[in-house]
Design a protein around this ligand. Sequence first.
Ligand SMILES: Cc1ncc(COP(=O)(O)O)c(C=O)c1O
Length: 412
Amino acid sequence: MASPIRIGNTIAGNSILKARAQFPGVQDLTYLDTASRGLMPAEAKLAVDQQVDLHIRGRINKARMFELIERVRTTYSNLIKAHPDEIAFTKNVSEGLNMVASAIPWREGDNVILCPELEHPSNLYPWLHLKKRLGVEVRLLPARVGQVPVDDMIAAIDRKTRIVTCSYVTFAPGLRTDMTRLAEECVARDVMLLVDAAQGVGILDIDMDRVPISAMSVSTQKGLLALYGMGFLYVRNNWAERLHPPFLSRFSVDLGSAHEAAGGSDDYTLMPGARRFEIGNYNFLGAAAVEPGLKIITSLTTKAIEDHVLRLSERLIEGLQVLGLPLFAAQPGKHRAHMVAIGDAIGPQHDATDDPAMQSLYKTFDDNGVRLTIRRGILRVSLHLYNNEEDVDRVIDIAKSWCARPGTAIRP
Ligand SMILES: Cc1ncc(COP(=O)(O)O)c(C=O)c1O
């Protein structure tokens, strides 16, 4: 019998290579754009079709739908090593962040700390709104060489700080925050750390047992390999007890053994943990769509996926450095994640660059079937389990021929 192919000296590497076959999207594209949207596995289409079919034929069984929700909830919680009660279903990252922002019992003089130039607008407007509406002080700190300024954030905390918020991995330039240090300092000061984990969950090994993040918002269209319109909010149990949900309906309250539609009274008890944030019926279709991808991710383990994408990103960095292309914060270190940023400065525009050379390189990739994005003036390459060394080498080869053309140079 042939011995297993060893990638990075692990048999897990072999399983990851095999899992690629479940993603039709990699067959005719070099897909390096998970940071915008992950590819869905073929099985997700079957799961969605089956559910729609039940609706068409009038065969929906509500109890089965709730079983699906609880299965997905448990898988989400296992994925990040949390308890199922610490997971609430949401529509998207923005909703989860806003739910927490509006559940804090704000007091006069309270403040929030964040780094606006690195946050997606999803994690900026909730705080600007609170400033306008309730007079909450919003402390805006500058980035440190493209990274969330963890030390500055810790130094800015005072007795009136209620929330520190940042991205797990920034959407551009795609660097990972030193979450352990920030979370431990927030615990020591009894300050809530709210994390936008749109970039990272499903790809990196995120462990709530080890890292005491208070709350974290995620959506399913990127690392979780599913549709728009579905996400989850993690809230650590001890923090959930201190929050007052802004909306309330039947799923937010503990009805015991009563039917979900049992009449209410003002003597109600909130559901334990994050479940108190759920109100009415769920996005059952979104839950069906995410389950096949979750199965693939959990069977491979996020530890193995993280090792895989880090190895690929190192290979890409080495190849591009040989060509002399500028790369942002490419030196090895804890800040590296599943993204590589071509370019050396973060620009002001969300999805454009005014550097003609960068536009030309982007177009060359696109013309050759390499899908990636321009974000804040850099070319963002993002990886997941379905990428392999061939994808990376293809990017390097295309970049090499582009560099060989006369007159191509990315502005220093
Ligand atoms: C860091 C980050 N936060 C939030 C979002 C968007 O969140 P939502 O799911 O609310 O659209 C994105 C990308 O779309 C993102 O990259």
